[in-house]
Design a protein around this ligand. Structure first.
Ligand code: GLA
Length: 528
């Protein structure tokens, strides 16, 4: 129909023919593009692993790599989901190719060869990744190490060795070379290699063709072990976050923005900064690739890297990169929708002093109903608390507080104390009346240090008839407190009494308020 309308509008026969011709060209190109789009079924969640570059640069050998693989298992990293052990630059011989043009491992540092190393890594239940380059040499300038012109041969060799992941770099390229063509050539060579191989594009910045060709693509220059490295090509943690957030709409299952590897555990940043790197990489659905020496890491580093609750956010099957919902300068809030309807929320403080950061259920993205409560799971403290829709946290310098928030019926909140208020609905301005507060712990946890306080309008009096402080309120129990209230003589019409109930559960002070509206009538009206 649309085509007909266009043809009529085009008028002459010649125009019609030209239009048909160009429309079919568009269709041919569109379907060719569709056919070539990357759909290798790999990396449906962000890849997790370890890469040799940040810890060792070119100083790698087979003993070290085997030990790292063993440490990946013994440290609990494998159990937490880490899978790929990735050799970066300098695994090759110098020069890198034999007489037939086959890539060779360095015979001194890798005497058993890559196939044996791959077999060993596979025997541990892990996978192996390797590094290559689209130009004539890798970034360490090893003669003959680049795959340009050898793509088919190299991809076959990688498959023969049992390689599962290729990081493909961008050094030593010929003047006027076509970057997307070169990456495409290697992607097709991998597809023809007979082995599923994750394709990691390392070309130091996003370009629109990348999601069609790679499973992941570097959005940044190289990361260094610093919080902020200004606008340099070498980026710090916070710079990598800012750059990587520009491309959030491109991330999806099988195709991920890569803000480079972890510097966690390498000593140049604070623990809070490393937690921020881990939290924000998880929020951004970024590849989780450790870059420290797993054999000697301390417990703090291990705990960060193996935080399963944070990893679950990263590996969520929806594969959505977080959205920044609040930017107050140094204080920011990021939200990541999760497959089960929960949201992951990161409160990031990039400022130089600790700060309170606040967010509401509405800002997070929930459709807010009056009967909704929010179960807030702190993914670093591994504890939870209830909220009626406002979440606030003290966030340390360069730190990130990370929550997983679920919407639940309000009665299911932990330590939830139901507040029931009772009095006559209408009272006389001249008479006093009894006001009762009844608390029921209908939550899941006992609470302690319960305090009830009352706020009455100006000129009213409230005289306590019972205790209003209680040591404990166990699950299922109830307590009552009573007041004698005298309205001011001038009171007329509706007035509010506000009850504040404060108590503690395992996570600290909770405070809820509830109002009670009384109608104050002239004395004669009450009795008629
Ligand atoms: C480039 C890459 C790094 C690393 C080195 C190796 O700089 O961006 O991640 O692979 O090359 O030489």
């Amino acid at each position: 129909m649309d085509l007909e309308v266009l043809l009529v509008a085009a008028g002459s026969r010649l125009w019609k023919l030209l239009l048909i011709f160009s429309l079919s060209l568009v269709l041919v190109f569109a379907s060719a593009f569709q056919l070539k789009a990357l759909d290798n079924g790999l990396a449906l969640t962000p890849p997790m692993g370890w890469n040799s570059w940040n810890a060792f640069h070119g100083d790698i050998d087979e003993v070290k790599i085997r030990e790292i693989a063993e440490a990946m298992v013994s440290s609990g990293m494998k159990d937490a989901g880490y899978e790929y052990v990735i050799l970066d630059d300098n695994w090759m011989a110098n020069p890198a190719r034999d007489a037939d043009g086959n890539l060779m491992a360095d015979p001194v540092r890798f005497p058993s060869g890559i196939k044996a190393l791959a077999d060993y890594i596979h025997s541990l239940g892990l996978k192996i990744g390797i590094y290559g380059d689209r130009g004539s040499m890798t970034c360490m300038n090893i003669p003959e190490s680049g795959s340009y012109g050898y793509e088919e041969q190299d991809a076959k060799k990688f498959a023969e060795w049992g390689i599962d992941y290729l990081k493909y770099d961008n050094c030593n390229v010929a003047a006027g070379s076509c970057i997307s063509c070169d990456y495409k050539t290697m992607q097709e060579a991998l597809a023809n290699s007979g082995r599923p191989i994750v394709f990691s594009i390392c070309a130091w910045g996003f370009q629109p063709w990348m999601p069609e060709i790679g499973n992941l693509w570097r959005t940044t220059g190289d990361i260094v072990d610093k919080w902020d490295n200004g606008n340099d090509w070498f980026v710090g943690i916070i710079n990598a976050i800012d750059i990587n957030m520009r491309y959030r709409q491109y991330a999806k299952p099988g195709a991920w923005n890569d803000p480079d590897m972890f510097v966690i555990g390498n000593g140049g940043c604070t623990t809070e900064e490393y937690r921020t790197q881990f939290s924000m990489w998880a929020m951004m659905a970024a590849p989780l690739i450790a870059g420290n020496d797993l054999r000697t890491m301390d417990e703090v580093t291990r705990e960060i890297l193996t935080n399963k609750e944070v990893i679950a956010v990263n590996q969520d099957p929806l594969g959505i990169q977080c959205i920044k919902v609040r930017d107050d300068g140094d204080q920011e809030v990021y939200v990541k929708p999760l497959a089960n309807g929960d949201y992951a929320v990161a409160l990031l403080n990039r400022g130089e002093s600790a700060a309170k950061i606040r967010v509401t259920a509405e800002e997070i993205g929930f459709s807010v109903k009056p009967e909704s409560g929010y179960l807030v799971r702190d993914l670093w403290q591994h504890s939870e608390f209830g909220s009626l829709g406002e979440i606030e946290a003290d966030v340390p310098v360069h730190g990130t507080v990370m929550y997983r928030v679920s919407q639940v019926p309000v009665e299911q909140l932990p330590g939830y104390v139901e507040i029931n208020l009772s009095a006559e609905q209408s009272v006389s301005a001249e008479a006093h009346f009894e006001f009762a507060v009844n608390l029921v712990n209908s939550g899941a946890k006992d609470v302690v240090n319960v305090m009830i306080s009352l706020q009455v309008p100006d000129g009213w009096l409230a005289e306590g008839l019972t205790d209003s402080g209680f040591n404990q309120l166990a699950v299922g129990d109830s307590i009552a407190a009573k007041w004698n209230i005298s309205p001011s003589l001038a009171a007329d019409g509706f007035s509010d009494i506000v009850v504040t109930v404060a108590y503690q559960d395992e996570l600290g002070e909770r405070e809820w308020q509830k109002g009670f509206r009384v109608l104050v009538l002239p004395p004669e009206a009450v009795f008629t």
